[in-house]
Design a protein around this ligand. Structure first.
Ligand code: NOJ
Length: 697
């Protein structure tokens, strides 16, 4: 245990300012990196293994001898390293509605990150995805603040606990996913009341779970860049939520204040604004170093502000044992070890969502000759998210060199073999190319088969950071292929392998069944195939709504009420598939929904009325019926995934506090107002799936 105050006093101004800088290893020469390590820079990002150890040696032998903190984007596994486990993306794993499983994933990722000698992951993403045009929807836990908070807390506990803990980072603070036009890094025009009501709760939950760092978003709130927003960083985050970790800017946010957001004239101004607003570590901001030293020397900033930021960084380093053991590292055998691979497969299975089924599924032995068609079925890259080694940096779009993994086609072949069915594959077309010359061959193959498995979706070129889409439908060639396959009148099961929801009303209309698990990682394909053949009873639910059309957005379920237009002139208001939806081969009935206002406990009975054992995600929503500000038509406040054998009933109990029924009033205070509430229990956010009862607080 080090005396941090003493350590701080022993440091020169240069050494202190260096602690506030994070350097991107890939962008500089080895010699420059060594020089930064000698200066005692606080952190590097994206450096692995031996190179990291080399820099650590230099840092711990120079100046103040403070160990470097190594950070990386290990957001769905440590998969910027080719040897690591690729888990389903956050959006994909959110379909499991299973915090325990996600905590295990966090723990596994921590071990793999630590096996590389690294200490810090820039995860979880707690942005809400309420506009599917945004390129980073797949990185989130979906649209709901409560779900994002619960799953975020779980993954943080996984990262920061256990035998090889690493530091978590809740990002991007704040409102980043809600930017104008779904455009990455643009302004989010919302009030602070809305920030506190909608976007803050997942961060509050993360901090409650002990999250040691928070990253500011690229964007701005009503014209003030998050990096420059003292109210957001100091008043709301550090003072309000009692956050005692450190705040890191996003990549080059100091520089963006000059070049892109036009808030600062020069590097000194930008450095001053960033520090005064409450940022502690400046990501990829080498310019901050000279600027801040000269600002302090000239009296342009109080040294105590620098000290405060340094203390936050040192405290986290100390808390995670880095000051005592700079070479803290887990066993390399953790990388893609059997236990982690099985976990990745289990998450993919728990996250498979059956969106439509007219009775065709499970196919079991009914169909002897199956055609699998579509590039997404036979390209593992389509199953991976946007922070894997092949996606960074683009356009280095190479096929992953290593096994094990299982594409959808391989999964279908495995299951079909067990059941004695034949499988034929045709690509038909590519996701991005307009070349339709393969469609005819695919149609000929379709004519000879009994069932078509149509794999469709997007890929990494159509999503991720800075890659937003205005048109969120299937690409032209995929639509043409689907239309041609429909002409054969063969039964079609469509499988969406995609980073995020796409607008697919035609797929829904003309397919007999639809399944997805978004980017299901290494074993996403096998999980989908098992659902297809009935070897797995699906239990995933949607963490995000599917709009029918991009113009129907926003389609999120927890909207404020309105009355004039209960429908558009040209289409319904309701999404194609709502939040919380997901079918099963079992069926579940809800009864006896009772709320006890004395104990604030809700009881509800759930019965498996089907003939198969299954799992159900029981969801509890509420509505404040009369309130001082308008409140959403419903809000998720609890969920639990349960297993029920065929015919079995369980009575579940959920306990709440008054705060669970709170709102943020016009004075921006979180309060619970007295009056009448409605509480709902069921298997999705759709009114038709919910049992309701009222109570008075
Ligand atoms: C920019 C991204 O917005 C952020 O999510 C990521 O953690 C950093 N770059 C570091 O790679």
């Amino acid at each position: 245990m080090k005396d941090l105050k003493k350590l701080l006093q022993s440091m020169t101004l240069e050494q202190k300012v260096a602690q506030l800088v994070q350097i991107t290893y890939a962008h500089i020469s080895k010699e420059e990196a060594e020089e930064w390590a000698r200066r005692g820079v606080g952190s590097f990002l994206h450096v692995l293994g031996d190179e990291a150890r080399h820099l650590q040696k230099i840092a711990t032998q120079s100046g103040a001898k403070i160990p470097l903190l190594f950070g990386i984007d290990a957001i769905h596994g440590h998969c910027l390293n080719k040897r690591a486990t690729v888990f389903p993306t956050q959006l994909s794993m959110a379909c499991s509605f299973d915090p325990e499983l996600i905590k295990k994933m966090g723990r596994a990722t921590a071990r793999e990150v630590s096996a590389d000698g690294l200490h810090w992951t820039f995860s979880p993403v707690l942005c809400l995805a309420r506009d599917i045009r945004w390129g980073r929807v797949g990185e989130t836990f979906g649209e709901d603040p409560f779900l994002a908070g619960e799953l975020g807390a779980a993954i943080i506990e996984g990262y920061q606990g256990g035998d090889a803990s690493i530091i978590a980072c809740a990002k991007h603070y704040i409102g980043y996913g809600e930017a104008t036009g779904g455009r990455d890094s643009y302004d989010t025009s919302v009030t602070y009341r809305k920030i506190k009501e909608v976007f803050l709760p997942p961060f509050a939950r993360a901090i409650e779970a002990g999250c040691a760092s928070v990253m500011t978003a690229y964007g701005s709130i009503d014209g003030t860049p998050c990096t420059a927003d003292k109210k957001l960083l100091c008043e709301i985050l550090k003072d309000g939520l009692k956050f005692d970790g450190f705040v890191v800017t996003d990549w080059q946010n100091v520089g963006h204040l000059i070049r892109d957001q036009h808030l600062a004239k020069n590097e000194k101004d930008a450095s001053l604004i960033s520090l005064e607003a409450g940022n502690d570590l400046m990501m990829n901001a080498p310019e901050f170093y000279e600027s801040m030293i000269s600002l302090v020397k000239s009296g342009g900033v109080q040294e105590s502000l620098v000290d405060e930021a340094v203390m936050r960084i040192l405290s986290v380093k100390e808390h995670f044992g880095l000051l005592d053991d700079p070479y803290k590292q887990a066993n390399e055998d953790y990388l893609a070890c059997e236990e982690h691979l099985r976990l990745a497969e289990e998450i993919a299975e728990e996250s498979a969502v059956l969106l439509k089924n007219d009775g065709i599924l499970p196919i079991e032995r009914k169909y002897k000759n199956i055609l699998v068609v579509g590039q997404s079925a036979d390209d593992i890259r389509c199953q991976y998210g946007d922070w894997t080694y092949f996606s960074h940096p683009l356009p280095d779009y190479e096929q992953p060199p290593h096994r094990p993994y299982c594409t959808l086609l391989e999964g279908v072949r495995e299951s079909a073999e067990r059941l004695g069915c034949n499988v034929v594959y045709e690509k038909g077309c590519e996701i991005e190319s307009n070349d339709e010359s393969g469609i005819e061959v695919a149609v000929k193959a379709a004519e000879k088969c009994d069932l078509i498995v149509f794999a469709c979706g997007d890929n990494i070129h159509l999503a991720a950071e800075g890659r937003d889409r205005a048109d969120v439908t299937l690409t032209k060639a995929q639509n043409q292929l689907f239309a041609a396959l429909c002409q054969t009148n063969k039964p079609i099961v469509s499988i969406l392998v995609a980073t995020k929801p796409l607008c697919i009303p035609e797929i829904d209309r003309s397919s007999n069944a639809v399944i997805t698990n978004f980017n299901g990682g290494m074993f996403g394909g096998r999980a989908l195939a098992k659902v297809l053949f009935g070897e797995l009873n699906p239990s995933g639910k949607l963490p995000i709504s599917f709009p029918r059309h991009v113009g129907q957005q926003p389609a999120y379920y927890n909207q404020l009420p309105g009355w004039h237009a209960s429908s558009y002139v040209d289409m319904p208001n309701k999404p194609l598939y709502p939040f919380g939806k997901g079918l099963s081969y079992a069926s579940f009935a809800y009864s006896d929904c009772r709320f006890d206002v004395q104990t604030l406990k809700l009881k509800v009975t759930v019965t498996n009325t089907g003939v198969r054992d299954g799992k159900e995600v029981v969801q509890i929503y509420f509505r404040d019926l009369v309130s001082s500000v308008m409140t959403p038509v419903k809000r998720l406040i609890a969920f639990r995934k349960i297993a029920l054998s065929a015919g079995e009933s369980k009575t579940l109990e959920f306990e709440f506090t008054r705060k669970d029924f709170s709102l943020v009033n016009a004075q921006e205070e979180r309060v619970t107002e007295t009056g009448e509430f409605e509480i709902m229990a069921g298997g999705s956010s759709d009114d038709g799936d919910l049992l309701k009862t009222n109570f008075v607080l």
